[in-house]
Unconditional design. Sequence first.
Length: 393
Amino acid sequence: MRRTESPPVASITLKSPKITGIEVKKVEWEIQDCSPGSGMVPTYNPGTSHGMSLFMTRLFTDAGVIGEYPLHTDITSVSDYLLGRDVLKREEVWNDLKFVTGVQSAGVDILLWDIAGKLSDMSVSQLLGGYRDRLPAYASTMNGGIAGLDGGLSTPESYADFAQRCSEIGYQAFKIHPYPRPVIQDHVDVMLALGERVGGEMDLMLDAFAYYPTFADALKVGRACDEAGFFWIEDPYFEGATEPGHSRLREYISTPLLQGETLRGLSSKMNLLVTGATDFIRGQVHGEGITGTMKLAAAAEAVGADIEIHGSGPAQRHAMSAIGNSNYYEMVWVHPDVQCLQTTPDIFGEGYDDGLEAVDSDGMVPVPDGPGMGVEWNWDAIDHMTTVTKVVD
Ligand SMILES: [Mg+2]
């Protein structure tokens, strides 16, 4: 037999780009007609305003590439660790920071993925093995209006009206955060009104954000969700994510539970799944980073569970695009009268948007396809909203 030579293997020079500097701009803005409600979820409240902030962060490297992303926290407190660090060793950095710095480690991880994409001229989705370029989204409402309002998600009817509007926009799923009403029957009536109006055409979800104080309240609302055919109930009661309480709740209601948002750490989250306290598990790129989210997705897949990613943003889209066992992108927070996104849309340049109208007629959002996070930042707007700038190098 004729022996064939293997083609020569291209010689690869492994580069080790290092972090040379960090810049953090604290960006602040006001949302009109909102005030903080339960779980700090904004509540529609005409005539008030709600201050929001984020930390627009840039990680400079000696390769010239800059990691850029709006983070939930200021990472300059770990600058001594980061300066001089190899930007490609994401696993090492993730492991070093995972317990000592909370959400800061997630922020650093997101920036390192952006850098890796830019260095390789691939999107983060491509680096992760992403297989879809559009994602189904659910409209995730703000808290409803305060008592005494007419409309504005303050009545069961206004929730149903808004769900119908979202359906007409294209959304295939609709999630509510409970409105600030002390009478539990009001909540029951919302679930039933939603089921009656759009139950046959949308997946419906309730995010109680651990709002209900008692098992009895969770049970009453949970039974209404059963009757209305809800897709999931998120963090139903007490502190959320407690076991065995939620295992017991699952014995009484048939609607699947989604929990994990109030926990940190992969083992804590997996414990909810394996002890039967939840059906879906919550993944958070701003909690575990993209690296941790992918680990959690794989662990959940191994026990036959789906991971649902928290919140809106390019990093969430990239991660979800590469996870087979994940169903919906969260468009948070939307409302019929006011828009209150966690990240102000002003910071994005052309080509990226979150918000009520940021889905196509199938209710889908695109996955950015440029290098790294694949989004342009509007630095004029960012500088205009910046109140504090920190630079470490
Ligand atoms: Mg939630």
